[in-house]
Design a protein around this ligand. Sequence first.
Ligand SMILES: NC(=O)c1ccc[n+]([C@@H]2O[C@H](COP(=O)([O-])OP(=O)(O)OC[C@H]3O[C@@H](n4cnc5c(N)ncnc54)[C@H](O)[C@@H]3O)[C@@H](O)[C@H]2O)c1
Length: 370
Amino acid sequence: MNKYPKSVGRQSLVVSRKNKKDRRDGIIDRNDIISDHQRRPTTDDRRILVTGGAGYIGSHTIHYLISQGVKPESIIVLDNLVYGHRKLLPSEIKFIEGDLLDRKKIDQIFKNNQIEAVFHFAAYNIVSDSMKDPGKYFYNVTGTVNLLEAMVRGDCKKLIFSSTAAIYGFPKKMPIDEDTEILPTNPYGESKFQAEKILEWYSKIYGIKSIRLRYFNAAGADFGIGELHDPETHLIPLVLKTILGGGKQISVFGRDYPTADGTCIRDYIHVSDLAKAHYLALGKLSEKNFQSDYYNLGTGRGISVQEIIDLCQKVSGQKIGIKYTNRRPGDPPILVSSSKKAERELDWQAEHNIEDIIKSAFLWHQKCSR
Ligand SMILES: NC(=O)c1ccc[n+]([C@@H]2O[C@H](COP(=O)([O-])OP(=O)(O)OC[C@H]3O[C@@H](n4cnc5c(N)ncnc54)[C@H](O)[C@@H]3O)[C@@H](O)[C@H]2O)c1
């Protein structure tokens, strides 16, 4: 597992700290990443705002940024802690408990700090819940507008947005690339798509450059932290928690899909690979002529529910029972990403495979269960 190194350098927000692997592969060109920071007069005041930074992907991204040389003191997290946990965050960062619906609070953050860029993770994000309580999900859109308005007033021009494969609905053609028709089938996906459209307008009207990252299924753990959702709705933590909690069986919804073993296929992406994409996106936003864009993030490899359960059993060395039940309404048989655009334009590549994902998640859940 990676460990984030101590903060280095005092002069800039981002310093030349690349991990060994990146240096070896030449994946990251420091000048690409931080050219804009370097061109501007260097001050110690510039900050990165991370909304929803106490959540799963946000906290991993913060640890990743620090591992790449971003100074912890330059990071501000805004999170209402509805799903987030302060303990996932390094103690040196500034944490503000607050909600994106609190416009005064957001304005205050931009007033009191020189925010250079925003990573916007904060959102309610449970698909099934969005079918029961859609209003909550459309407030995600309101929160995004509040954030954008504060960015306009605070003259902040860079935003990286957490979007989702759910905006595509149930496409027939696999893998799913960015040209796939957008047809969300639940309020969660719809709310993310609405937010994406709004970002386009703020880009055109106010010059706020944004990158929308459309994640597939985030999973895995790194930096000594991991997934801590309550309620947990994601397959890998559910299986591992069942195994570690001595639970007898896990439910599998549908065994009659048109796939090799009859269970649904999804594309699981390691959370640190997602974190790295955010880091690269920050560099992309700093390129002189870059406007705004969007990228799918997955591995391009589909894994079935049955294969996930088998791998979790293999990694843990323990067996669980499987209860096969009816399909859940609205579960598409296969969702697999094409991430070629991100590979080409962000110089990004998923480095972790499904074994890495499950091993890292198992270690994390094992630690939590002790
Ligand atoms: N986990 C996935 O597989 C996945 C896939 C696609 C997209 N996404 C998106 O990525 C983002 C992060 O996902 P995650 O899995 O880390 O979720 P998470 O629930 O762990 O993190 C979201 C964080 O946002 C906070 N939050 C929610 N609403 C807020 C508000 N109004 N104001 C302030 N804070 C608020 C929560 O407390 C939480 O800490 C979300 O926007 C989600 O929609 C996640």
